[in-house]
Design a binder for this molecule. Structure first.
Ligand code: ADP
Ligand code: MG
Length: 700
């Protein structure tokens, strides 16, 4: 009998070397292999007769190779391997580009199974053909019928050293050796109440669907078998979060909850020069409820650029200050910290709540004063950067930690800050709004508040896509706006701030603009490789209107507020992600003037890239942008590789399976809340699936 946690080299046909390669690809055990679900399925109960192929027809055919020839072309390096495949009904040409090695596999007389789309004759080409179809050599090994043919056949994603056909054989054998009633790692009862299919059966039907299965549902991973396994995956991912959460709740908060009364509410309200939007009010209420409750807050506040998150966080900080306790407001850059500091100081003038600033640039007596104020507790609100994490910074009563734009701030640093207080409340703000399902996965240990509306009267940034060929006209437009007193950003792509070529391109663009478009006007250049003082000097010059035009890399992406900046040009816009572009354009449209964002597409940009950019022209809603971006790029790229949690998902799809994710989350949190100690099988499975992550959590 095969056990699920057996390493793969216990299987026939897999030696230690291959097992090692597989392990590196994340498939270490028998269970891992079973969780490697088919990418798609082919109905091979019958094959499509070749005679039935016509342009645009997609399907699976089975035939013999009648002839094969490798051709070199006049295009350098391009080879074409062409075979003629026939079945009883006819023959079709099959073409492969740059795969000369197929020569040794698709030899004359070989029986093959091909899956692809027939393409019609094009001018200068001959007749109907299959171009680069997926191929499988039909072996005549025993049992081929019933595994590789004569049924709905699973097509798995290739693994190191294992073709889809080899995986199919392996999994088929594995499933036969599995006990009929596989133990279920889900808590007892859950499978019943949710009508989930038994685990063993789910594996069988997900890999080898029975006769009459719904092919469309299979492709969509929507069969009961597949959904059962997806549910399980989400459940354990969320259970990990739920346990983390339980551990922190159990620890409770350090001090007492906060106190609020009407007088205090009035004092808070009086601080703002405007009325909160109802979305802001809702978020603030959720945060306040956390601050009053006996368990520490762990909350993510998301909302589009400019929706008013900072204001909500400031009110929360005031609530804390009014209770005699302290708040740290953590910004990702010095520029931003200084900006917040100016704003808060202005808003809180005469309210008896001084605001401190602590960055690397704050030195000497100013620094000593801030440090003393924090230690004595006299200073109840401090804005700053990483400098706040340093050991010399000590608090009297740190209660609230606000972290702005968490993407720039490591979890470890968050932890070090947290340790400066007695389990303070944590509020993380992000301006890359992501769908709720994704937020639950990536920040699963956090509660989520959403501000889903902008303050009234906000005019969207008019965004257009222009060809690089029309650049001169674009800059003429910018020049006119500058003449009219506006300021402009010109954003250039520097993917790695260390890429010298890109930086040179930025410098020479600045020079060219200076010479050709803005003679006699100063133009700034801002990038991450400049020394900090220089960077801040440039930024200050721009903020105070001394520089009408600023050529910059994405260092301006985060939160710079210059209301007079009303125009942005993004060079080579196709090199940026959608959400990033949305962040960038949030830098304009902050004042009373009509604002513009011009996306320049290089001639070389693909149609796909242009379509992507068009999304920004069509909508100014950050959630919609994020949703489209996510759809187009997938969660891995969207979030960047650093985000944990994502890598762990093998079956579930955050967009497709949102309903399951929500259900699984609910079940997982209920389980964590209910069980004093996790049932052993549950804990064991959790450890197996998410071992490394969970080592930090106390189970039970
Ligand atoms: P975010 O942090 O979400 O990017 P901010 O809090 O910085 O947004 O707010 C963006 C701008 O909108 C600021 O100039 C702020 O003063 C203004 N603002 C915020 N809330 C409101 C509101 N309810 N009504 C009017 N203006 C607001
Ligand atoms: Mg902001």
């Amino acid at each position: 009998m095969i056990s699920l946690d057996a390493p793969l080299d216990t299987l026939r046909g897999i030696g230690p070397a291959r097992a090692r390669d597989l392990r590196e690809a994340g498939v270490a055990t028998v269970e891992d292999l079973l969780l490697h679900l088919p990418l798609r399925y082919e109905d091979r109960t019958s094959f499509l007769p070749i005679a039935a192929l016509a342009p645009g027809v997609r399907g699976t055919i089975r035939g013999r190779v009648r002839s094969a020839a490798l051709r070199r072309t006049r295009v350098r390096g391009l080879t074409i391997f062409e075979v003629l495949v026939e079945d009883g009904t006819g023959a079709i040409r099959v073409i492969f580009f740059n795969q000369p090695y197929l020569r040794t596999h698709l030899t004359r007389g070989r029986e093959v199974i091909l899956y692809g789309e027939a393409k019609g004759s094009r001018p200068g080409r001959r007749g109907l053909a299959l171009e680069s179809p997926q191929i499988e050599i039909a072996g005549d090994e025993e049992g081929a019928e019933g595994i590789h043919m004569g049924r709905i056949v699973p097509i798995h994603l290739r693994l190191p050293g294992l073709s889809p056909r080899a995986i199919r054989t392996l999994v088929h054998r594995l499933l036969r050796g599995l006990p009929a009633d596989l133990p279920d790692p889900l808590p007892p009862g859950l499978a019943d109440t949710r009508s989930l299919m038994a685990r063993g059966r789910a594996f069988r039907e997900a890999h080898f669907p029975g006769e009459g299965s719904d092919l469309a549902a299979l492709q969509a991973r929507a069969t009961p078998a597949q959904r059962r396994l997806i549910f399980e995956e989400f459940f354990f991912l969320q259970l990990g979060f739920a346990l983390e959460r339980r551990a922190s709740d159990a620890a409770g908060r350090g001090g007492p909850g906060l106190h609020v009364d009407d007088a205090l509410r009035d004092r808070l309200r009086a601080v703002l020069p405007f009325r909160l939007t109802s979305a802001q009010r809702r978020a603030l209420q959720e945060i306040a409820a956390d601050l009053l409750s006996p368990r520490p807050m762990n909350r993510l506040l998301q909302g589009d650029v400019g929706c008013g998150k900072t204001m909500v966080a400031l009110l929360a900080a005031l609530l804390v200050a009014e209770n005699g306790l302290q708040t740290v407001f953590m910004a990702p850059t010095e520029i931003l910290a200084e900006q917040h500091h100016r704003l808060f100081t202005r808003l809180l003038q005469g309210r008896g709540v001084p605001v401190g600033l602590l960055t690397a640039s704050v030195t000497g007596s100013a620094r000593r004063q801030v440090l003393a104020g924090l230690e004595s507790g006299a200073l109840r609100l401090v804005v700053g950067t990483h400098a706040l994490v340093e050991d010399e910074v000590r608090f009297r009563a740190l209660r609230l930690l606000v972290i702005d734009e968490q993407h720039r701030f490591g979890v470890a640093q968050r932890g070090r800050l947290r340790d400066k207080g007695d389990r303070p409340d944590v509020l993380v703000m992000t301006a890359t709004p992501i769908p709720r399902s994704l937020a639950l996965t990536v920040y699963g240990d956090l509660d989520v508040s959403v501000i889903d509306a902008l303050p009234p009267g906000r005019r969207p940034v008019l965004t257009v896509l222009r060809e690089a060929a029309g650049r001169a006209r674009v800059y003429e437009f910018v020049r006119r706006k500058v003449e009219a007193g506006r300021q402009a950003f010109v954003v250039v792509p520097v993917i790695e701030e260390t890429e010298r070529g890109d930086l040179q391109a930025a410098a020479s663009l600045r020079e060219r603009l200076q010479r050709e478009v803005f003679p006699g006007r100063p133009i700034g250049l801002l990038h991450g490789r400049l020394p900090a003082e220089e960077r801040e000097a440039v930024m200050a010059d721009f903020a105070q209107g001394r520089l009408p035009v600023l050529v910059a890399t994405t260092v301006i992406e985060v939160g710079i507020d210059v209301p007079n900046a009303a125009v942005m040009v993004v060079e080579q816009a196709d090199r940026f992600g959608l959400s990033q572009l949305h962040q960038l354009r949030g830098r304009v449209g902050r004042g009373a003037h009509e604002s513009y964002c011009v996306l320049l597409a290089e001639e070389s940009a693909t149609d796909e890239a242009r379509q992507r950019l068009q999304v920004l022209c069509d909508t100014s809603d950050g959630f919609e942008v994020a949703r489209r971006d996510l759809e187009l790029r997938g969660p891995g790229q969207f979030l960047g590789t650093r985000q944990s949690g994502m890598a762990d998902l093998r079956l579930g799809d955050l967009m497709r399976d949102q309903d399951l994710l929500e259900e699984a989350r609910e079940a997982a949190f209920a389980t964590a809340a209910g069980a004093g100690r996790l049932p052993a099988p549950l804990a064991a499975h959790l450890e197996r699936r998410f071992g490394p992550r969970l080592r930090m959590i106390q189970i039970g």
